[in-house]
Design a protein around this ligand. Structure first.
Ligand SMILES: [Zn+2]
Ligand SMILES: [Zn+2]
Length: 427
């Protein structure tokens, strides 16, 4: 007896997406693409890795992502590279490198794909996870913020996400954020002993990061802290007020959450999160905000912008369970005998080339077990071909959904099935 070799296992936190689940992914991606295009976004595809420096500059030193979560490695040319932990910095990099923003005006792009962060794997959180994200660059008007929020509402409603809620905040700009930072730091400094060890370090290096801490003690401290809304300057106040008016106009429900800040340094003014309360602690299905200084920071012209990212894994668990197997499309050719098999191979080829889902038995099953298989895989029709059929020139076509059957001439089989299938799909 030969010894069995142990099988390989995937890396923890980087799950496979198996054929049984992939249909849901495809449906969400297709719906998102359609809606993004309707709102004027074009797709952009950037590489999965970039120079490490891009993320350090784009996301900010002192952030959890840069300090603890990046998959950074030195390649064979001794260059420090990082698997992308988020999509915005690479997209801005690509827009600047290829001069996509030089015409001025509004520029809208979206992306989809895997992101990588070294986090403790837990429910709804993975080391390789997937995002659908978008960036709209070049406009400061809050009408753009309202449009972005409307897009997400429309997508979640279309997909049937139940119970989602929009949380909204304004975190100020370079004029007023320092005021908030100062007030917040003073408040936290006075209650330093209640902070977790990580946040004590944050207090020294980047105090606003404390707002993102998930530790219970820090959260309750933050809940009492001064709000960024109280220190907004006149321009930021007007911007936020106008955004809320527009959301009213568009009939978009939201609640102001004055402790909402995003985990990245580059956000200014509008910050938002879409949450599904049913998901528990990790309940954000999408988040984003305005980043009016980022393009500038990354070496481009001063240009305002706003973006979001949807977490695919959490969105998928927020979707209603679909009824499996409502398909009943296509043709299965069930055969008896070698000659019939050969004919079936030609018929199936003809059907597939005309866009009909079709299959046949390649494993020498009995006719009965072929019929069972056709039923299990939800083919709408079974075409039965045996010696008798070859002799008479008539095949038996069974409608698996309705249960009735008819004889059709072999010569007409492909054409008949092609038209029957398109009728069947329309039913
Ligand atoms: Zn903390
Ligand atoms: Zn301001």
């Amino acid at each position: 007896m030969s010894e069995m070799k142990p099988i390989f296992k995937g890396v923890r936190g980087a799950p496979d997406i198996l054929p049984g689940e992939v249909g849901r992914w495809q449906r969400v991606e297709a719906e998102a693409r359609r809606i993004l295009q309707d709102y004027g976004y074009q797709e952009i595809r950037t590489p999965i890795f970039e120079r490490t420096e891009l993320f350090v500059r784009g996301i900010g030193e002192g952030t959890d992502i840069v300090e603890k979560q990046m998959y950074t490695f030195e390649d064979r040319g001794k260059e420090s590279l990082t698997l992308r932990p988020e999509g915005t910095a690479p997209v801005i990099r690509a827009c600047l490198e290829h001069h996509l923003l030089t015409r001025g005006g509004l520029y809208k792009v979206y992306y989809t794909g895997p992101m990588f962060r070294h986090e403790r794997p837990q429910a709804g959180r993975f080391r390789q996870f997937h995002q659908i994200g978008a960036e709209a660059i070049g406009v400061e008007d809050p009408a753009l913020d309202a449009e972005v929020l409307d897009l997400l509402c429309h997508l979640f409603d279309t997909l049937g996400v139940s119970g989602w809620k929009l949380h909204l905040n304004s975190i100020g700009d370079e004029a007023c954020r320092p005021v908030f930072r100062e007030q917040f730091t003073r408040y936290v400094q006075a209650k330093k002993e209640k902070l977790c060890p990580d946040c004590r370090v944050r207090l020294e290096r980047n105090p606003l990061r404390i707002l993102d801490c998930k530790e219970e003690g820090c959260r309750s401290l933050v809940a009492q802290a001064p709000s960024p809304l109280e220190s907004l300057c006149k321009d930021c106040k007007t911007h936020f007020h106008r955004l809320q008016e527009l959301l009213g106009l568009l009939k978009i429900d939201y609640s102001v959450n004055e402790h909402l800040v995003r985990g990245l340094d580059y956000y200014t003014r509008t910050a938002f999160e879409f949450v599904n309360p049913a998901l528990g602690a990790q309940n954000a299905i999408a988040g984003g905000g305005r980043y009016d200084r980022l393009v500038d920071e990354m070496g481009g012209p001063p240009m305002p912008g706003i973006g979001f990212a949807i977490g695919m894994e959490r969105l998928l668990i927020s979707l209603p369970q679909e009824e499996q197997g409502e398909m009943w499309i296509g043709v299965f050719a069930a055969t008896l005998g070698k000659e019939a098999s050969q004919l079936a191979l030609q018929i199936v080829q003809g059907l597939r080339r005309q866009g009909v889902r079709a299959s046949l038995d390649l494993e020498g099953r009995s006719l009965k077990s072929q019929m069972r298989l056709a039923h299990k895989e939800r083919y709408r029709y079974t075409l039965i071909l045996g010696d008798e059929e070859l002799k008479t020139g008539l095949a038996t076509l069974k409608d698996m959904a309705k249960g009735d059957q008819e004889q059709i001439p072999l010569r007409e089989v492909v054409n008949r099935l092609v038209s029957q299938e398109s009728r069947g799909r329309a039913e």
